[in-house]
Design a protein around this ligand. Structure first.
Ligand code: ARG
Length: 288
């Protein structure tokens, strides 16, 4: 059953806000926005420089991305142990645009927003869904990927992606994700009507999939492309149900008020929207 609810609404509101600040609302060709430099004109008044955040990043010589690399194709560990994926590729383009090195910090997903607020990174790129709750803590870039929560079941299961049928079941999730909120029956944030599920929370979406494949649960709730990648990696043990539970939009997160950095990220995302992101997704699918 497909629902449109607050996540999509938050994204629409955000697009409106960003357009008003001189960024481009995701998807629509914003009129009158500044196509060059990313100089964050809106933030210039308070500080001496027009680009205080970018200046500080240049002075450090590196930009730090926070992520959780257990979420293919958006981020995963490559054979050499480095973090690979759609988000690192886009983040590298952001670093190149500013002219600094990219450093990636891999951490638990549910710690990313606090780490960002504490200044442990310059931005988060983690297949992160724009939500109203998160908007209270951080700012988001324009959106760059549309996604949904999906249900994965063991092969042979007759469960359906239906809240009533999922009620009372054992459901694996990655902790602190919108899939966790959905499985937990958080109606206000996700529109979920699941009641009294036993939610098995893992630090990694890949692990949540492995536990399901090992028969530890009835279902997993996870984002669409990671669901496809996890099902493919489990060689026939798991099946992805076709119904979408939610409509969500991914964006990079940054500390509140850093319009200059937000503008540079948005410029890069503008180059990557649509086809180029799809190409990156295809390129990074089919890995473990
Ligand atoms: N889109 C979901 C959310 O924002 C899941 C993101 C998980 N990302 C990750 N890199 N593990 O809650």
């Amino acid at each position: 059953m497909k629902k449109k609810f607050s996540l999509a609404l938050a994204a629409m509101m955000l697009a409106g806000v960003l357009t008003a600040c001189g960024g481009n609302g995701g998807g629509n060709a914003a009129t009158g926005s500044n196509p060059s430099s990313g100089s964050g004109a809106a933030s210039s008044a308070a500080s001496g420089s027009e680009t205080p955040t970018i200046d500080a990043i240049k002075a450090k010589g590196e930009i730090v991305m926070l992520t959780n690399a257990q979420f293919p194709p958006f981020e995963y560990l490559g054979d050499d142990g480095s973090v690979q994926g759609v988000d690192p590729d886009i983040a590298q383009a952001v670093a190149d645009k500013i002219g600094v090195e990219l450093k990636i910090v891999d951490m638990d997903f549910d710690g990313i927003i606090d780490a960002l607020k504490a200044g442990k990174g310059d931005f988060a790129a983690a297949g992160m869904t724009i939500t109203e709750e998160r908007l209270k803590e951080v700012d988001f870039s324009d959106e760059y990927v549309t996604s949904s929560q999906m249900v994965v079941v063991p092969a042979g299961s007759d469960l359906k992606a239906d809240d009533a049928m999922l009620s009372g079941k054992n459901i694996t999730v990655q902790e602190g994700t919108t899939g966790d909120w959905y499985a937990s029956g958080d109606t206000e944030t996700t529109g979920s009507e699941i009641k009294d599920a036993q939610v098995l929370r893992y630090k990694s979406a890949v692990e949540a999939g492995m536990m399901l494949a090992q028969g530890k649960a009835d279902a997993m709730i996870v984002d669409q492309k990671p669901a496809e990648a996890i099902v493919a990696a489990q060689g026939g043990k798991l099946v992805l149900l076709p119904e979408k539970l939610t409509d969500e939009h991914y964006a990079f997160a940054i500390q509140k008020g850093q319009e200059d950095l937000q503008a540079v990220i948005n410029e890069v995302l503008k180059e990557y929207n649509g086809e180029k992101v799809d190409e990156l997704i295809t390129q990074h699918m089919g890995i473990e």
